[in-house]
Design a protein around this ligand. Structure first.
Ligand SMILES: O=C(O)[C@H]1O[C@H](OP(=O)(O)OP(=O)(O)OC[C@H]2O[C@@H](n3ccc(=O)[nH]c3=O)[C@H](O)[C@@H]2O)[C@H](O)[C@@H](O)[C@@H]1O
Length: 435
C-alpha cells in the first residue's frame, strides 16, 4: 500500500515535473514552517512545565502530599550551615550529636529538649505538614529555639538534604520520630502513610547506611503492630502479623525494613513500640486531647464500645516516661558496624515496648477529664467502628525494664492533670480552643 502511493506520486513528464516541483517546494516550505511552529510550542510548553513543577514542589513529593506540607525547603548558604552546626554541636563530655526527625512533633519536641538539656547536640528536621494544626508545631518550634535547637524545614524523603545535614554535622545518632501517625486517618489518606512511614524511613536508612561513620538509629514503632493479638500483656515475642490498620501495617513494615538494613549494612537499629503517648504539647488528633477540647466546648464526645458493651481500653503512657525510654535507648545503642555498603560484623537490632502496663478504659479517661476540667461530658457511646481501632492495648515492659532500666512512674490521673494544666494555659478555657 505505501509502495503504491509512492509510485503514484512520481510525476509523468519533465515539464510537469518542473511545475510540480516549485509547488512541491512551496508545500514543503509551508509544512516546514508549520512543523517549526508546532515544535516551538512544544518546546516552550516543556520549559514552562519544568519551571512550574520545580517552583511548586522542590523535592520529589507527589502533589497531594506536598500540598499538606508547608515547608519552604530553602536551605543552604553559610548562615544556614552555621546554624545547623551550632545546633548539632556536642556540649558535654561523651555527649551525642543527634538528628531528631519530626522534631516539631509531640514526642520529638520533648525528646529534643531533654537531649539538649543534658548537653547533647540536637538538630531537628520537620516538614511542618498540616495533618493537624501547624501553628501548634510552630509553637513547639519556638520552644525549641529558646533552648538553642534549630529545626530544618524539610522532608525525610529529601535524600540530598539528609546527606547535606550529615556532611555538615556528622551525627552520631538519629532519633527518627518523623511519621504519619494516627490510626483512623489511614483510611482517609493511605498514601501519606506509605510516603512517610515506608518511603521516608527507607530514604533515612539509605543515607544512614552510606555515611561514614554510620550513626546508631532509634526510631518510633507503635503498639498498634500487635493488631488483633489477644494474648495480654503484649510481649515483644508475640505475633505482630495481624495489623488492624494500614498505619499499623506501615509500622510493622518499618520493623522488617529495619531488619534488612541491620542485616545487610550493619546499621544499629532500635525500634520503640510506643503505647498511646499523651501529655502537654500533645497531638490534637488524639482522643484525650480532643475530648478535653470538646468537653470544654459542651460538644458531645464519641466513646467507643466493643460488641456486647465490651470495654475499650488503652495503656496510656505519659510523655516524660516515654522520653526516659527514648534516651535510655540512645544511651544503650551500640555503634553501627558498616562502611562502604558492607557490615564488618553483626550489629545491634532491638525492639522494645514502651508502655505504662496499666490499661484504662476510655470511659474512665473521660471521667478523669470531667473532674479535671470541672465540666460534665456529653457522652455519646457508640460501637467501635471498623476503622483500624483495636479493643485494648497492654504492654509487657519487662524487656525494656531489664535492658533500658525503663520504669514508668506517671499514672493517668497525674499525667492528665499536667496535660489539662498545659491545655488551659495554651488555649484558655474555651474561647481560643484547639481545632
Ligand atoms: O499506641 C499507639 O501505637 C498509638 O496510639 C495512638 O493511637 P490510639 O491508641 O488509637 O489513640 P487515640 O486515637 O487517642 O484513641 C484512644 C482511645 O480512644 C478511643 N476513641 C478514639 C476516638 C473517639 O472518637 N472515641 C474513642 O473512644 C479509641 O478507640 C482508643 O481506645 C496514636 O494515635 C498512634 O499514633 C499511636 O501509634
Amino acid at each position: 500500500m505505501s509502495q503504491m502511493m509512492h509510485i503514484d506520486n512520481i510525476p509523468s513528464t519533465l515539464g510537469k515535473f518542473k511545475m510540480e516541483k516549485s509547488s512541491y517546494h512551496r508545500q514543503r516550505l509551508y509544512s516546514s514552517l508549520a512543523k517549526l511552529t508546532f515544535w516551538s510550542f512544544v518546546f516552550i510548553g516543556l520549559i514552562f512545565m519544568f519551571f512550574f513543577r520545580s517552583s511548586s514542589s522542590s523535592s520529589q513529593v507527589p502533589s497531594d502530599l506536598s500540598r499538606r506540607s508547608l515547608r519552604t525547603s530553602s536551605y543552604g548558604g553559610p548562615v544556614w550551615e552555621k546554624r545547623v552546626k551550632a545546633s548539632a554541636k556536642i556540649r558535654s563530655r561523651n555527649g551525642f550529636s543527634v538528628l531528631v526527625t519530626g522534631a516539631a512533633g509531640f514526642v520529638g519536641t520533648h525528646v529534643s529538649v531533654a537531649l539538649k538539656r543534658r548537653g547533647d547536640g540536637v538538630l531537628g528536621l520537620d516538614n511542618f505538614n498540616d495533618y493537624y494544626d501547624p501553628s501548634l508545631k510552630r509553637a513547639r518550634q519556638a520552644l525549641l529555639e529558646r533552648t538553642g535547637i534549630y529545626i530544618v524545614e524539610g522532608d525525610i524523603n529529601d535524600v540530598a538534604l539528609l546527606k547535606k545535614l550529615f556532611d555538615i554535622a556528622g551525627f552520631t545518632h538519629v532519633m527518627h520520630l518523623a511519621a504519619q501517625a494516627g490510626v483512623r486517618y489511614a483510611m482517609e489518606n493511605p498514601s501519606s502513610y506509605v510516603h512517610s512511614n515506608i518511603a521516608g524511613l527507607v530514604s533515612m536508612l539509605e543515607v544512614c547506611k552510606s555515611v561514614n561513620p554510620q550513626p546508631a538509629i532509634v526510631w518510633a514503632s507503635s503498639s498498634s503492630v500487635y493488631g488483633l493479638n489477644t494474648k495480654v500483656p503484649f510481649s515483644e515475642r508475640d505475633r505482630t502479623d495481624q495489623p488492624a490498620s494500614l498505619y499499623a501495617a506501615t509500622k510493622k513494615a518499618g520493623e522488617e525494613i529495619a531488619h534488612t538494613y541491620n542485616h545487610i549494612y550493619g546499621l544499629s537499629l532500635t525500634g520503640l513500640r510506643f503505647f498511646t503517648v499523651y501529655g502537654p504539647w500533645g497531638r490534637p488528633d488524639m482522643a484525650y486531647f480532643f475530648f478535653t477540647r470538646d468537653i470544654l466546648k459542651g460538644k458531645s464526645i464519641p466513646i467507643f464500645e466493643a460488641p456486647n458493651h465490651g470495654t475499650v481500653a488503652r495503656d496510656f503512657t505519659y510523655i516524660d516516661d516515654i522520653v526516659k525510654g527514648c534516651l535510655a535507648a540512645l544511651d544503650t545503642a551500640e555503634k553501627s558496624t558498616g562502611s562502604g555498603g558492607k557490615k564488618s560484623r553483626p550489629a545491634q537490632l532491638r525492639v522494645y515496648n514502651l508502655g505504662n502496663t496499666s490499661p484504662v478504659p476510655v470511659s474512665d479517661l473521660v471521667g478523669i477529664l470531667e473532674r479535671l476540667v470541672k465540666v460534665k461530658a456529653k457522652r455519646l457511646v457508640m460501637k467501635l467502628p471498623r476503622n483500624g481501632d483495636v479493643q485494648f492495648t497492654h504492654a509487657n515492659i519487662s524487656l525494656a525494664q531489664r535492658e533500658l532500666g525503663y520504669k514508668p512512674t506517671t499514672d493517668l490521673q497525674t499525667g492528665l492533670k499536667k496535660f489539662v494544666r498545659w491545655y488551659l494555659s495554651y488555649y484558655g478555657s474555651g474561647k481560643k480552643s484547639a481545632h
